[in-house]
Design a protein around this ligand. Structure first.
Ligand code: SF4
Length: 87
């Protein structure tokens, strides 16, 4: 279970999103998480860490790419392998 720094369990989770429209607004989205959600998330995070340590990589393009420090290398991902198998 995720605990707050006070040691208490969070009573609720909320995502506050700024909606960029002609008239911007703040939208509050209430959500819940159960213990199984945390177990699954930390298991997933551990699997990602192990995959990175094993040297595996595949692109996961998204909004973050324009400012990514690996973007130049990432764009050529897969091209070398294709050239080698096309021969
Ligand atoms: S550019 Fe960066 S953030 Fe985008 S897919 Fe490649 S590694 Fe991931």
């Amino acid at each position: 279970m995720l605990l707050l720094e006070t040691g208490a369990e969070p009573s609720q989770l909320r995502i506050d999103a700024v909606v960029r429209t002609k008239t911007p607004k703040v939208q509050a989205l209430a959500t819940r998480r159960a213990t199984t959600d945390y177990v699954r998330f930390f298991g997933l995070a551990q699997a990602v860490i192990e995959t990175i340590k094993a040297g595996c990589f595949y692109p996961n393009p998204g909004w973050q790419c324009p400012t990514c420090e690996f973007a130049e290398h990432c764009r050529s991902w897969g091209l070398k392998h294709r050239k080698e198998t096309a021969r």
